[in-house]
Design a protein around this ligand. Structure first.
Ligand code: SF4
Length: 231
């Protein structure tokens, strides 16, 4: 069974959900996530990972987390350290999580794109192209199927549109969706759009406070009043 899963992952032909559930029971989520990582390392669906000085940037955190945080793509620090949200944006995210009573290790954190899209000969970040998102999003579906979060908080417009493109126009304003609860038909997770920390760094305390309040509200709802780590 594991060989079959690995073969399908390598081909990016994702197994049926029944096969995934059986595989999770048999091998455990951690093992399946490790298998996924091995497949991503070999991915050449677009040129981004081949341009990285180090490996791709995988999702990280609690493998059965009820809450998944979804960003856009790795930045410079993330590409170097091979972990999502570890630069200045990551520090702000950690502070907001702490204020909401959450810790990074309570969650599963990942990006739509498992690499750093760059411009100016690698000196600056750029948003991922539609082609890159289409190439990489299969890995994200797989992560969602394995972790099975009850709640996915999308940080910014790209991850929000990636998950909600059947419900939103490409020209949608993120501010109109922040805090709204979305139900999708391809998984059981509820989707909650929020701001990306890089936007919050530029737009002051009011949005930071409202984001912390959203995190608090979702923590209470999906982990209950107990500490998240005890759930
Ligand atoms: S960014 Fe995604 S699609 Fe592109 S090579 Fe890396 S893993 Fe594959």
């Amino acid at each position: 069974m594991q060989r079959q899963i690995l073969r399908e992952l390598n081909d990016l032909k994702f197994p049926d959900i029944e096969v995934i559930v059986l595989s999770i029971k048999r091998f455990g989520i951690l093992k399946m996530l490790e298998t996924l990582k091995k497949s991503i390392i070999k991915c050449d669906k677009c040129s981004l990972c081949g341009e990285l000085p180090l490996g791709p940037v995988f999702g990280i955190g609690k493998e059965k987390s009820r809450i998944m945080l979804l960003g856009e793509a790795a930045g410079k620090d993330e590409a170097i350290l091979e972990e999502p949200f570890v630069g200045q944006c990551g520090q702000l995210l950690d502070k907001m999580l702490f204020s909401a009573g959450l810790k990074r290790r309570d969650l599963y954190i990942t990006n739509v794109i498992k690499a750093r899209p760059t411009k100016n000969d690698g000196r600056a970040n750029r948003p991922p192209s539609d082609v890159e998102i289409a190439a990489c999003k299969g890995w994200l579906w797989k992560e969602i199927q394995l972790v099975q979060p009850k709640c996915i908080i999308t940080l910014g417009k790209v991850p929000t549109y990636t998950l909600l493109r059947s419900q939103l126009k490409k020209s949608f304003k993120l501010g109109d969706s922040v805090g709204v609860e979305y139900v999708v038909d391809y998984c059981d997770s509820r989707i909650f759009p929020s701001w990306h920390p890089s936007y919050l760094m530029l737009h002051g305390k009011k949005e930071v406070d409202s984001t912390v309040n959203l995190f608090k509200e979702l923590k209470e709802r999906f982990y209950g009043p107990r500490k998240a780590k005890n759930s």
